[in-house]
Every structure is written in C-alpha cells, then in structure tokens.
Write a protein that binds this ligand. Sequence first.
Ligand code: ADP
Ligand code: MG
Ligand code: MG
Length: 254
Amino acid sequence: MATLEIRDLHVSVDTENGTKEILKGVDLTVKQGETHAIMGPNGSGKSTLAYSLAGHPKYTITSGTVTLDGEDVLEMSVDERARAGVFLAMQYPVEVPGVSVSNFLRTSATAIRGEAPKLRTWVKEVKSAMEQLQMDPAFAERNVNEGFSGGEKKRHEILQLELLKPKIAILDETDSGLDVDALRQVSEGINRVRENGEVGTLLVTHYTRILRYIKPDYVHVFAGGRIVESGGAELADKLEAEGYESYTKGGASE
Ligand code: ADP
Ligand code: MG
Ligand code: MG
C-alpha cells in the first residue's frame, strides 16, 4: 500500500523582490485509499504544495522530505514522479499545441505503464471513460487544452486520472469554474477512481461545494504555508459556516 509522506516541507520561489518562502513546514501523510481535502484561503500556498510535489522547477525545496513508500520523491525528475504514480491535475492546465488528446493520453499511458497499451483495449478504455464523463468523442482529436472551456479542461484532467490510475492523485481546484452538472460529472469521475481503493487523493480546494460529492476522510486547513488544523469531514462543515477568517487573523495567511 503506497504512502506519501511529507515532512517539514519548506519551499521558496524567486520573485522580482528576492526569494520568498511560501511553504513553512508542511507535514502530511497520504495513504492509498484515503482522501484528504486541503482547504484554505487564496494565497495560502495550496498550489505551491501541489506543484512542489509534482516537481515544478519554479519551486525550490529549501528543507524537509517527501517520500513515496520510502523512496525520495524530491530526487526524482517530473517524469520519474509520474512513473512512480504521482499525478497532478493543475489548477490552470497548460496548452500543448500540435498534440491531440488521443495521442497525449496514449503517450502518457505508455510512459507510465512502461509499455504501449494494446490498441484495441485502449480504444475501448478511452471511449468508455469519455462517455462516462459526457465528453464528445470528437474531443479526442482536439489539441490538448487549446481553446478548451474551463469545464473541458477539468474533464480532460479527470479523463487522464481515470486512464493513468496513479497511486497518489493531487487535484488542484478541480471544482473551480464548473457549473453544477459539470461538477457532478467530474466528481463522479473522481469517485469512480477512488472506488477501487487504490488511489490516495489530495483534493485541494478553496470551496466546500465539491465535498458534497466527494467525502473526504480528512480535512486540513491550510493557512500561511502550513497546515494549521486537521480533522474529519465535519471540519469542512465548520469552514462552510465560518469561513477562514479565524485562521487568517494577524496575517497568518501570508
Ligand atoms: P493558493 O493556491 O493557496 O491560492 P499559491 O500557492 O498559488 O496559493 O500562492 C501562495 C503565495 O505564493 C502567493 O502569495 C503567491 O503570490 C505566491 N507565489 C506562488 N507561486 C509563485 C511564483 N511562481 N512566483 C511568485 N510568487 C508566487
Ligand atoms: Mg490561488
Ligand atoms: Mg491555488
């Protein structure tokens, strides 16, 4: 059973005004089969945590450790992390001009599985996953994220999630910009992946509404670059009612 362990993680970025520390000692353990919601105000460092775990070059780890089953994740390249089973659905997915969704998915699956999926079963797999996400088959021939609507981008992220079957899935604001129907379809996709109990999910979100569809095992409040409170699903209800104000007083959020 895969376990992601984050210990005292400190992360900085270079800005025009010098180096800025954004993550100030994050501790978190995510096991396969568990769902953790990371909730917090804008600017608290949630996306920085997601990018740091995925290996984005912009973020410098200044101290702390991240391991997956004891293996040092921070030593791995972005590709190695993906092959090890770490998946990131970005808050703002990037365009990949000239690469169709269909080719992108097959190339990713080949890289992660270590061999090309058999064409017949692969085509069926993709078709069925797309149907479940209510995606038009023609979508597969479009270039990745080029001209995609907000909802299409998020569906495409969940399509990747369903086909790539990671051990640890980091979903950054997958709910943002979705209307009610899209939110439900995307959430159902995430739940299908969770059902087999083989994925550990880090659900990063500002709003509690996605948690009506996806029940977290743990909720963590993120403020000022750290987890400041952890609890069960009931903590999300408290946040829904009270907001983040009590955590950000005294400038805790930045
Ligand atoms: P959240 O996802 O919780 O809204 P972010 O991780 O996006 O927070 O940002 C946390 C803080 O770090 C913000 O003050 C943001 O401006 C800053 N920050 C994040 N990424 C960068 C970057 N690449 N360059 C400069 N500042 C950054
Ligand atoms: Mg933000
Ligand atoms: Mg963010």
